[in-house]
Design a protein around this ligand. Sequence first.
Ligand SMILES: NC(=O)c1ccc[n+]([C@@H]2O[C@H](COP(=O)([O-])OP(=O)(O)OC[C@H]3O[C@@H](n4cnc5c(N)ncnc54)[C@H](OP(=O)(O)O)[C@@H]3O)[C@@H](O)[C@H]2O)c1
Length: 282
Amino acid sequence: MKTVLVTGATSGFGKGLVTSLLENDFQVIATGRNILGRKDIFAAEREKYKSKLIELNLDVTSQADLKSMETYFLKRPLDVLINNAGFAVFGPAEECTEEKLRRQFEVNVFGMMLLTQKLLPSLRLAKGHIINFSSVFGFMGFPLSSAYCASKFAVEGFSESLSYELKPHSVKVTLIEPGAYRTNFNNAAEWGMSETLPTSVYHRQVTNYTSLRDKLSKRPNPQRPEDVVRGVISIIKSHNPKLNYSFGKDAFSIRFFKKVFTRSLFHKVSGSFLNKAFTKEQ
Ligand SMILES: NC(=O)c1ccc[n+]([C@@H]2O[C@H](COP(=O)([O-])OP(=O)(O)OC[C@H]3O[C@@H](n4cnc5c(N)ncnc54)[C@H](OP(=O)(O)O)[C@@H]3O)[C@@H](O)[C@H]2O)c1
């Protein structure tokens, strides 16, 4: 039976992946911030799948938790590592605090890199597979999202480099690039500014972004997180997975336009659309 470790398993894609992996007969190590103190999350799965489900505390920014993971996996093979934990910091680059910028990278980038580093001996032992959650924002910039986009672009660079580096060691690397899906992502997203001031030169952009996110969150979203979960399961089962997979019509169309347009044409067209959307009067 193959063993899969999932980070950020307490919610959203991560939680869905744990349940679905168990249904598909994998041994699952579900990790999350204080997951052992949040017993209700996998109560049904624990009852049903017994020892096939192992829960371990892992805050990807905690040195102590990362060390425990390393110790747990010492000389033990790991077939699949799913680096899913992540969140977004939004706000104008000029106004995001240093603390928020660093936190964005600590969780989305350094957490992923350090955990991967610690588990690579186990992944090499199993000739395993690393699956890293990026985003549509891992290949497209967006206003008031520079911190999040920068973190996901970093995930893309890390993963692509790693895929070449680990090929001689028979470890595969795959990027998951979802568009917008209704998980807890929006609730967990944070503004990077210490306060939102009406005197800020970015005030209108912030207001427009707030109402855009608000509008989108109220509109039915046909993109279902279960489809991403199902997709990831089939990627894990496939013999020859690709480097990257986009999920959702939004991510797919942006990938398509980025492929058919030159970079400068794409930038010009999306720039003019985004400029209108972010600077219009309410
Ligand atoms: N939903 C989308 O539209 C979307 C689109 C593109 C990419 N993504 C990416 O998909 C991944 C999963 O997000 P989601 O949509 O499933 O959102 P979610 O429901 O908010 O889940 C995020 C998970 O990450 C965990 N997490 C946050 N900080 C952590 C830390 N320091 N250590 C360990 N775990 C931590 C959260 O744990 P807590 O429960 O403790 O907060 C939660 O389990 C993220 O990498 C996100 O960037 C999401």
